[in-house]
Ligand binder design. Structure first.
Ligand code: 4NP
Length: 158
């Protein structure tokens, strides 16, 4: 398996109902399939949807891939920056919002999720159709695998 003994990862978007719960579900699935010692959660930079389940299109897209997502939305907390090792921003705006509130010399490495792959942002699928959610899933899978491999974990499954 290799890689760190324990890693805590937080996926972050704006509302925490579309992209970051997708990333959370995919990262958990890869971790479970490969028995990685990783803890995964997600959050939003805004509190609009705090306490709500993920968007039904995120839930159904994940379910089509055998992943159950029942986490509730929450806002990013200051304490997250010293509790998590990695904070993965879904787009450039999420990243700049995170960097604005990050405590100096915090523990977390705060980066664009796509920086572990082709460097692209995961665009907000909220106002579009199902296609956007499928694309979000595919990007999360690609970046999720690349992220874990960048940490030194060897992936056998998924
Ligand atoms: P997310 O998408 O950031 O991927 O969860 C959004 C969901 C809801 C809103 C914005 C983005 N909203 O404005 O309500």
């Amino acid at each position: 398996m290799s890689g760190p003994a324990e890693t805590k990862v937080l996926a972050v978007c704006l509302g925490n109902i579309c992209r970051s719960p997708m990333a959370e579900g995919v990262l958990k699935q890869i971790k479970d399939e490969n028995n990685l010692p990783v803890f995964v959660e997600s959050a939003g930079t805004a509190a609009y949807h705090e306490g709500e389940y993920a968007d039904e299109r995120t839930i159904s897209t994940l379910l089509n891939h055998g992943i159950t997502m029942d986490s509730l939305a929450r806002k990013v907390r200051q304490s997250d920056f010293n509790e998590f090792d990695h904070i993965l921003a879904m787009d450039g705006s999420n990243l700049s919002n995170l960097l604005k509130i990050a405590p100096k010399n915090c523990k977390a490495d705060v980066k664009l999720f796509g920086s572990y792959g082709d460097g692209k942002a995961i665009q907000d699928p909220y106002y579009g159709g199902q296609m956007g959610f499928s694309k979000t899933y595919e990007q999360c899978l690609k970046y999720g695998k690349a992220f874990y491999e960048s940490l030194g974990y060897t992936l056998n499954a998924i």
